[in-house]
Design a binder for this molecule. Structure first.
Ligand code: IFM
Length: 477
């Protein structure tokens, strides 16, 4: 019998040969070159250039300059031994105004990226939408408009026609929860709206966009890829006698409102009831659920931390420690009376609690709810306040806290597998430090440091640790 450590700090656990170890990034967070080769403006260009929206007035104008340094970054991935690379495609590079003909230069960039990955034996995992909506589409209503869902399907078709002979795994949307609730509800993300009804309309149109895009891709790809959705599912822990009711509500808004239509073809009735005072859901048209409910080959899971909830009794100040910036609106329409309690530490530099048991619980729960649908951790990682030191032969970053975070979460993933979960791989967030949305460049998630003055890439100790895990298939000691 093997002893399992209670703190998830294990080493030597073997993931076997088939497990796919990779790393993830997103277009606006790393590419820069926002006005080059015909790229149009996105909602994140507008938002980041609006004073007061992003820490320090940071923007993605230059970011990591990946657009110009793609070859160097590909070499870096190869040096680390990555087996997969999860990147996102910038819609405004492909269709500068969100509709209309394809921009050849934009397609050519991702062509080079995909070819560069394949040439290095790295599996391309392409996300179609990681939040950079073309601004003209937002001007026409953004995700509150169903026209955006149909525009997205057209964009998916264009990308699929070009890359659909080589991309091995497609993800339609990254974290639609963030797009809908932070973009249209709390106002913390672009486009910065604070309207609960708009957020719920966005939920539906993102779901519809997913279903339409899966169909469009299936029609045009010529290889045999996997189709997936990536969700930042919330691990919701109940607190006290009212915890179960609060957890039901938050699980509904955060998880079931995406999982149920996509994987079961229904909207959860309790969520529709809970939100009846916010919207009448008339944006759901006859036939939409059939469009949304498309077979997927895999569910992508992004996991960072947990939340603990209870009902607010109306006295005292309501606690909403849900880990997101307060920009005046709410990320939880219809759940005004739910409190998000301060989580026990330790915490990352984001203030997010570190709880690897949440990952194990989440993976196991999905395995039970959707038996037969494989899973992949499409993001997991941590921001810490790294320091650069002189390592004698060059700069070094001794990010032991990040290694510890990764060790504990890889242990959680291994435990889930040992319990029968069909977990196919793990994409560490992130390959390199990058533009962390409303936090600008103040939060560093990379296993590779980016010096934002020189744009030099410096592999951190966590990158070396990860390279050893990939090489040996075992969590290093
Ligand atoms: O940086 C983000 C990423 O874009 C989406 N998932 C969470 C990460 C950390 O906040």
């Amino acid at each position: 019998m093997t002893m399992q450590s209670a703190d998830y700090r294990e080493s030597g656990l073997d993931f076997g040969r088939d497990f796919v170890f990779g790393s993830a990034t997103a277009s606006y967070q790393i590419e820069g070159a926002v006005r080059e080769d015909g790229r149009g403006p996105s909602i994140w260009d507008t938002f980041s250039h609006t004073p007061g929206k992003v820490w320090n007035g940071d923007t993605g104008d230059v970011a990591c300059d990946h657009y110009h340094r793609v070859e160097e970054d590909l070499d870096l991935m190869q040096q680390l031994g990555l087996e997969s690379y999860r990147f996102s495609i910038a819609w405004p590079r492909i269709q500068p105004t969100g509709t209309g003909p394809a921009n050849e230069a934009g397609l050519a960039f991702y062509d080079r990226l995909v070819d560069g990955l394949l040439a290095r034996g790295i599996r391309p995992i392409a996300t179609l939408y990681h939040w950079d909506l073309p601004q003209p589409l937002e001007d026409a209503g953004g995700w509150t408009s169903r026209e955006t869902s149909f525009a997205f399907a057209e964009y998916a078709r264009i990308v699929g026609e070009r890359l659909g002979d080589r991309v091995q795994m497609w993800t339609t949307l990254n974290e639609p929860w963030c797009s809908a609730y932070l973009g249209y509800g709390s106002g913390a993300h672009a486009p910065g709206r604070t309207d609960g009804a708009a957020a719920l309309a966005a939920v539906h149109h993102l779901n519809l966009a997913h279903g339409l895009a899966v169909q469009a891709l299936r029609e045009v790809v010529t290889n045999d890829p996997e189709f997936s959705i990536t969700l930042n599912l919330h691990v919701v822990r109940p607190d006290g006698p009212t915890g179960a009711e609060a957890a039901r509500r938050i699980d509904g808004l955060a998880n079931r409102v995406f999982l149920d239509p996509m994987l079961r073809g229904t909207y959860p009735a309790d969520v529709m009831e809970d939100t009846a005072g916010v919207t009448d859901w008339s944006f759901v048209h006859d036939g939409d659920l059939e469009q949304i409910h498309q077979p997927v080959d895999l569910i992508g899971v992004n996991y960072y931390s947990t939340v603990t909830v209870r009902m607010w009794d109306g006295t005292g100040e309501k606690v909403v420690a849900d880990g997101h910036k307060d920009m005046g609106g709410t990320a939880w329409p219809g759940a005004d009376d739910v409190e998000f309690l301060v989580q026990p530490g330790p915490y990352t530099a984001m203030g997010w609690n570190i709880d690897p048991s949440g990952l194990e619980d989440l993976l196991f729960s999905l395995h039970e709810q959707f038996p037969g649908t494989p899973l992949m951790v499409t993001e997991n990682g941590a921001a810490f306040d790294d320091e650069v030191v002189d390592g004698g032969d060059g700069p070094r970053v001794h990010d032991d806290d990040r290694i510890d975070y990764l060790r504990r979460h890889f242990t959680a993933a291994h435990r889930a597998r040992a319990r029968g979960v069909d977990l196919r791989g793990y994409q560490v967030w992130s390959l390199m430090d990058n533009f962390e949305w409303g936090y600008g460049y103040s939060k560093r998630f990379g296993i590779v440091r980016v010096d934002y003055d020189t744009l030099e890439r410096i592999p951190k100790d966590s990158a070396r640790w990860y390279a050893e895990l990939i090489r040996t298939r075992r969590i290093p000691g």
